[in-house]
Design a protein. Structure first.
Length: 305
């Protein structure tokens, strides 16, 4: 059972200079996320460079995460595969690992039509009792999960949430109007988080939280308490950083931010390369300007979820 409310960091995968998993730095970041008060951890997403990871490395990351969080918050594994067979195998391998649920992307590479995409999700849902969050991101993955498609998936009780990354804010209202509270909605686009939460989103699958966990949690908690102006002040400060989340090089950008605040390193796995030259200086300037005006955070009377 997962309570799909709150902030769920899409954690970056930490590497050493010789391209091995950096478990020590990875776990240190998880510990800070826990201290800040995140409500779950998502592993193996695009920000986690999952497409470059071996199955054994994914298993190591799950184990390393669970060593830190235990049963205090849910750990969610991403399923992003090219075929239904591979997706079902990934679910089967992960079922006894200690994770609490899955974030499932539509079929990768092949642009499945609506019927094919729904069938893909249904077969995964039938194969497991664990909760599922559908990742709806037609911008990056070219497949839109429509309201009618969610209507077809409604019968599967373990399909419980959606990571809403269409960048169409009206879909939050449309989902709530059509399905009520049947599907929890989590914002998946950092620079739309405030607006999404104001419209009724239940949570936030966040990227810049990897470098700025306390600010991310503050925005979420303040919004839940109706302290909208206080949240907006932090959000406006945060916005130039949050925009780093919507670029093809979001991994390099966010890892640079992690390095600057002492929560990670810049090492990425090829074909990605570390930033250099003018590009690195431009991103570094955004980060450093934000750090120079980093706001004091208000006291939070956290509302239990």
């Amino acid at each position: 059972m997962i309570n799909w409310n709150g902030v769920f960091p899409a954690i970056t995968t930490k590497f050493t200079s010789d391209d091995q998993l950096d478990i020590k730095t990875f776990q240190s970041n998880i510990q800070i996320q826990m201290q800040a008060g995140v409500h779950g951890i998502i592993l193996g997403g695009s920000l986690g460079e999952a497409s470059t990871l071996k199955s054994s490395e994914k298993e190591s990351l799950v184990k390393a995460t669970l060593e830190v969080v235990g049963d205090r918050i849910p750990v969610v594994m991403t399923i992003a595969e090219q075929s239904t067979k591979e997706a079902l195998e990934a679910v089967s391998v992960a079922k006894d690992s200690g994770i609490k649920g899955f974030m499932v992307l539509p079929p990768m590479r092949y642009k499945a039509d609506d019927r094919e995409t729904v069938t893909f999700f249904k077969k995964i849902a039938k194969s497991t009792d664990l909760p599922i969050m559908i990742y709806n991101n037609p911008i990056d993955y070219k497949i839109l999960v429509t309201l009618d498609m969610f209507g077809e998936l409604e019968e599967f009780k373990n399909i419980q949430a959606v990571k809403e990354s269409t960048r169409d804010l009206s879909l939050i209202t449309k989902m709530i109007n059509r399905f009520g509270e049947r599907f929890k909605i989590l914002c998946g686009v950092d620079p739309l988080a405030y607006e999404s939460l104001a419209l009724g989103a239940n949570g936030w699958v966040a990227g810049l939280v990897c470098a700025f966990p306390y600010e991310t949690i503050a925005i979420y908690e303040l919004m839940q308490q109706g302290r909208y102006l206080e949240a907006l002040k932090i959000y406006r400060w945060f916005f130039p950083l949050l925009e780093l989340d919507i670029h093809p090089k979001l991994v390099q950008y966010i890892k640079l931010a992690e390095a600057e605040v002492g929560l990670g390193t810049e090492y990425v796995r090829e074909p990605r390369l570390q930033l250099t030259g003018e590009e690195r200086e431009n991103i570094l300037q955004i980060i450093q300007e934000s750090l120079s005006s980093r706001p004091s955070l208000p006291n939070l009377n956290k509302i239990p979820i």
